[in-house]
Design a protein around this ligand. Structure first.
Ligand SMILES: Cc1ncc(COP(=O)(O)O)c(C=O)c1O
Length: 394
């Protein structure tokens, strides 16, 4: 049975969040935070830099930004959504990488507790777990569709009570495949009565997934209905803002309060929130959708052309993210890590085209992952890709 207070580490449950004088008093001669009140050590300041008062600590709460983010997500409910998100459901971080780490620190005692992942999956889960001395347990995604094996997951988590978190990527990386929303809801319901752990859905690529009719495929609007659900998103992909480092954790209000207490008070810089506020306002959202539409259109063009090439086998992954995962063959028509890694290397070293070799990931033999670029970039990539692949198999 799920019980948050028994899942979270006792030191986190009793944590008193850092408070500053600025939480209570915001105007006047501000001499409370040991800032440099002369101003930033910059010889020239742009108008924006002046307005941002960069000599001052940033807002630890970011209510305006949170409100814009939930306005956007609430306008696109999932078919199961019954309630609206509120700002208390959100915790903002330095990219979703911070959220991945913070959830581990919140729920897992180093040297004792475990994290369940479903490979092939995103590499940072394993790295963060190792840094935190958390053992990793694995249940593979099913093949060929890279979906979750609900029975195998339930068996694993019920036979080992030290497993505290399950990290799923949907759409997956490197699979590019959405995990069926009905299956996730099924897992949330079944695990609630059997397991005291959180199901964390990393939705870094969710905006590249086709909606289900008029419904979004995002699970983010369901966190008030399922206390054992956490959803991660980021501005690094669809919003084209990997450089500002802004990640979003959606969870029920009790957990969200704990995560907000845990985060470093000033983790979101004034520069980051200023850009994020523009990107999540009306004009920014329209631009994001425009880019997503272009990438989705290019994704099917690139995939079709690449699958027509002589030494490319099947599309290993799905069409739900801003990349594809294709199978590279040797001259006998067999999936080949040797040819795939040589192709990766030659493209990068001699042709200035960098893709990603993923052939060593579970059930991805011969796999190359290719991000979808602009039309011009994709054309050049395809031209060089075909040339090098033919040469390697000649
Ligand atoms: C599945 C997944 N989650 C999270 C991230 C990292 O996101 P961020 O840039 O917000 O840290 C990536 C980046 O590639 C990713 O593929």
């Amino acid at each position: 049975m799920f019980e948050l207070t028994k899942l979270v580490r006792p030191n986190i449950l009793s944590l008193e969040p850092y408070r500053c004088a600025r939480d209570d008093f915001k105007v006047g001669i501000l001499l409370d935070a040991n800032e440099n009140t002369h101003g930033p050590a910059l010889s020239e300041l742009s108008e924006t830099e002046k307005i941002l008062e960069l000599n001052r600590y940033p807002d630890p709460h970011q209510h305006e930004l949170k409100q814009q983010i939930i306005n956007f997500r609430n306008s696109k409910p999932n078919k199961y959504t019954e309630t609206n998100l509120e700002i208390d459901n959100l915790c903002l971080g330095v990219g979703s990488d911070e959220s991945i780490d913070m959830l581990l620190r919140c729920c897992c005692t180093p040297g004792k507790d475990k994290l369940l992942v479903c490979p092939p999956t995103y590499g940072m889960y394993g790295i963060c777990a190792t840094i935190n001395d958390i053992e990793i347990v694995k249940v593979s995604l099913t093949i060929p569709n890279f979906q979750i094996d609900i029975d195998a997951i339930l068996q694993k988590v019920t036979e080992d009570s030290n497993i505290k978190l399950l990290y799923l990527t949907s759409p997956g990386n490197p699979t590019g495949k959405l995990i069926n929303v009905d299956s996730i809801v099924e897992l949330l319901k079944q695990s609630y009565s059997k397991w005291n752990g959180l199901i964390v859905i990393d939705e870094a690529y969710i905006d590249f997934t086709a909606p289900n009719g008029s419904y979004s495929q995002s699970m983010s609007t369901l966190v008030n209905q399922y206390p054992n659900l956490v959803v991660l998103q980021t501005l690094s992909k669809s919003f084209g803002l990997a450089g500002i480092r802004l990640g979003i954790t959606y969870s029920n209000k009790k957990l969200s309060k704990l995560l907000n207490s845990m985060k470093y008070p000033y983790n979101i810089s004034s520069l980051t929130s200023n850009v994020a506020l523009k990107a999540t306002a009306k004009e920014g959202l329209a631009m994001m959708q425009n880019y997503v539409d272009k990438i989705v259109e290019q994704r099917s063009i690139v995939l079709k052309k690449i699958l027509d090439l002589k030494y490319v086998g099947k599309n290993l992954g799905g069409e739900d993210a801003n990349f594809i995962l294709v199978e590279i063959l040797d001259k006998n028509g067999n999936p080949s890590n040797e040819i795939a890694s040589k192709l990766y290397n030659t493209l990068a070293v001699d042709n200035s085209v960098v893709v990603r070799f993923r052939g060593n990931e579970l059930n991805c033999t011969g796999g190359l992952r290719i991000s979808i670029g602009t039309e011009i970039e994709n054309k050049e990539m395809l031209y060089k890709f075909e040339k090098v692949l033919n040469e390697l198999n000649a």
